[in-house]
Design a protein around this ligand. Structure first.
Ligand code: XBP
Ligand code: MG
Length: 251
């Protein structure tokens, strides 16, 4: 008998491909507006994704290319200011409907709701980015589908640290083995592994070559009728789509 009580969703790269055509564009607009000649192209951004969190990613970029800037007075405020403007531009993209959900996400959320599973979000991104993505793609009522939206700076350390997942489990009074986490990245699986939560990975262009040791299964998408998933590793039987039954078998 499966023990599955709750499904914990990552956001960036899992619910939607937000990075290349979303966050990256927002960062570049903020840099341009500030009169900086920094430009994060698709390839460089892929490398910078090694570090989660937008402010942390700017700091990581500086440590690689402009390390002397990190010693400047007021650098923390400057990074926070750039990040605030980046969030503004990113939210505009979301509100304009530029970033759709990945295939099968809406179907799977509905399937989980119909089955009475509890839902939560555990992400590194800024809380407003999550609620705006949900509003823009599923409607404002969808925010209430999630019992907990754990996001951004509410925990001391971002992924790959387990903090955001342990925070979510604590809030929901759940044990790790009563949940499944849905993630897309190496940093995501490192986080869930340390939190001991069984995890399914759905890869995307930026993460497909990462190390997913510990994942119960790795797929290329959740799948839709007429658009079956491709199993990359693990055993999902003959499943063509990630459904609640498939998730139950992972726990
Ligand atoms: C997501 C991230 C975030 C976003 C940017 O990681 O790394 O940093 O790129 O969000 P995960 P903010 O999917 O593992 O949670 O700029 O709002 O921090
Ligand atoms: Mg992610």
């Amino acid at each position: 008998m499966s023990n599955l009580q709750a499904v914990l969703f990552d956001v960036d790269g899992t619910l939607a491909n937000t990075e290349r055509d979303g966050h990256r564009i927002g960062f570049n607009k903020a840099f341009e507006e500030a009169g900086l000649d920094w430009h994060w192209d698709v390839e460089l951004y892929g490398e910078l994704l090694e570090v989660t969190g937008g402010k942390e990613r700017i700091r990581h970029f500086l440590s690689r290319f402009y390390p002397e800037m990190l010693d400047e007075e007021g650098i923390d405020e400057r990074i926070a200011g750039l990040h605030k403007r980046k969030t503004h531009y990113y939210l505009n993209l979301l509100r304009a409907g530029e970033i759709p959900l990945r295939p099968g996400v809406e179907r799977l959320l509905q399937d989980c709701r119909d089955a009475g599973l509890r839902l939560a979000i555990a992400t590194t991104t800024t809380p407003e980015n999550v609620t705006t993505l949900l509003e823009a793609t599923l409607g404002p009522e969808s925010i209430d589908w999630f019992e907990v939206i754990a996001a951004g700076d509410i925990v001391p350390a971002k992924k790959p640290a387990p903090d955001i997942y342990t925070y979510t489990l604590e809030k929901m009074s759940l044990r790790p083995d009563e949940c499944v986490a849905l993630e897309d990245s190496g940093n995501g699986i490192k986080s869930t592994n340390q939190a001991h939560i069984p995890t399914l990975i759905t890869v995307n262009g930026y993460t497909e070559t990462e190390d997913f040791t510990g994942a119960r299964a790795v797929v290329d998408q959740f799948g839709m009728p007429g658009s079956p998933l491709r199993l990359i590793s693990g055993d999902l039987g003959e499943a063509e789509m990630i459904t609640v039954d498939v998730l139950r078998r992972l726990v």
